[in-house]
Write a protein that binds this ligand. Structure first.
Ligand SMILES: N=CN[C@@H](CCC(=O)O)C(=O)O
Ligand SMILES: [Zn+2]
Length: 405
């Protein structure tokens, strides 16, 4: 019989375990930082429950949400571009005029580490208050060694300051900075030969990302970045097939990418490549919505092939200024026609897999996994995706500690 102190029991709950909703009233026992037992209430006898502190009875429990794609460290605002886009100017056109990502680069370069931290903290807090327990944060608005490292340091500090697991991703190859105009290859050399090694030396990057698109970098340039990441033992991922089909996802998959993200324009060959590599398809309905895209990602082909689909906020100042994970569950269903169960798995088990964390049990409610849990005031797990209603988080547990409720 387990005899650890600090054993806690949630009883008679409806449980979404990260992949599916279990059919019977369930009990979850947490011992310290880990989940000790997950079982139907009928199987939990008095001896097992003895000494457990009762936490809550009833309600819907999910794993803590995993937001596997964000850019929430940035300077400035792009509200003016929002207005331009409403007047008909496209995201690509704004980028070609030197706005878009580059306007955030200017503001981010000008901001101190302290100012970036202060601006990003409430954004991350908003994700936490909606149930996120793991959040990936990318660089990509510095575009030189010093400012990319500055962003990653801020991301690391955020993870130390708030009760959340922060995973950092170096996105040096996000856009071509003005000082390298007409010299994309020269900038890629800087990313490969200076930026990646510097981030590795300071232990600041958990993965390396690229933006493979006509307004960013070619497949060949992105492949050079992946080779450099591999040489330093870092996992890779890609923004690919967002605005056109260049084949970036298939190339990333050939390099064993954790994920290909956006993928509205992914074709059958790309789907097959993701399947073969075991890469996750990360769907970003916030960007699809904000940019008023019309080309849907190939959901049915991904489903048929059995490619895991993750959902993330893509929280950023341009294409997805949305800091609301549960809204993304709704968008994934209404815009992309995912089922609510698929959407929930996308923000739990599959989100964790897109970060290379599935092996640690993150994104799942199962014995041995870290106790990252959310208890919700909803009738069913599907209702989380159905209604758009802040304030439904009854309790949030991060690493065994109750942080909310
Ligand atoms: N697609 C490229 N990068 C970001 C957008 C960044 C921005 O517009 O500032 C994205 O994931 O949507
Ligand atoms: Zn992104």
């Amino acid at each position: 019989m387990p005899s650890q102190a600090n054993r806690r029991l949630w009883r008679d709950i409806t449980l979404f375990d990260g992949l599916r909703t279990l059919p019977t009233p369930m009990g979850v026992i947490v011992a310290g930082e880990r989940i000790e037992r997950v079982a139907p209430m009928s199987e939990l006898d008095a001896a097992t429950l003895a000494g457990c502190e009762p936490m809550a009875s009833g309600g819907v429990m999910t794993p803590g949400l995993v937001d596997c794609h964000t850019h929430l460290v940035f300077g400035g605002s792009r509200a003016d571009e929002f207005e331009q886009r409403l007047e008909g100017v496209s995201y690509e056109e704004i980028a070609r005029r030197g706005g878009g990502i580059l306007s955030t680069v200017t503001a981010t370069r000008e901001a101190s580490e302290e100012a970036l931290f202060a601006a990003a903290k409430p954004r991350l807090q908003a994700l936490i208050d909606e149930g996120a327990t793991t959040v990936e944060i990318k660089s990509g608005y510095g575009l030189n060694v010093a400012d990319e490292l500055k962003m990653l340091r801020v991301a690391r500090r955020l993870g130390e300051a708030l009760p959340v697991r922060v995973v950092t991703t170096l996105l040096g190859a996000h856009a071509l900075p003005p000082e390298f105009q007409d010299d994309g290859d020269g900038y890629i050399r800087l990313v490969c030969e200076e930026m990646i090694p510097a981030a590795v030396a300071e232990g600041l990057a958990d993965a390396v990302d690229v933006f493979c698109e006509s307004i960013a970098f070619s497949v060949a340039q992105c492949e050079r970045v992946f080779a450099a990441a591999e040489a330093h033992g870092l996992p890779i991922k890609a923004h690919a097939e967002q605005l056109s089909n260049l084949g970036g996802s298939a190339m990333a998959a050939r390099h064993g990418a954790l994920s290909a993200d956006h993928i509205e324009y992914l074709d059958e060959a790309g789907v097959a490549a993701l399947k073969q590599a075991g890469s996750v398809a990360v769907l970003l309905p916030g960007a699809f919505h904000t940019l008023r895209e019309t080309k849907l990602p190939p959901i049915e082909a991904l489903r048929r092939a059995g490619v895991p689909m993750a959902i993330a906020t893509d929280a950023n100042p341009g294409s997805s200024p949305i800091f609301a994970p549960t809204l993304m569950l709704n968008f994934a269903c209404t815009l992309f026609r995912l089922t609510p169960q698929e959407a929930l798995a996308g923000m739990t088990a599959h989100g964790a897999r897109a970060l290379g964390l599935a092996g640690q049990g993150l994104g799942r409610i199962e014995a041995g996994a870290p106790a990252d849990l959310c208890l919700w005031r909803v009738e069913t797990p599907a209702a989380l995706a159905y209604a758009v209603q802040p304030g439904r988080l009854q309790q949030r547990v991060f690493n065994g500690e109750v942080t909310h409720g």
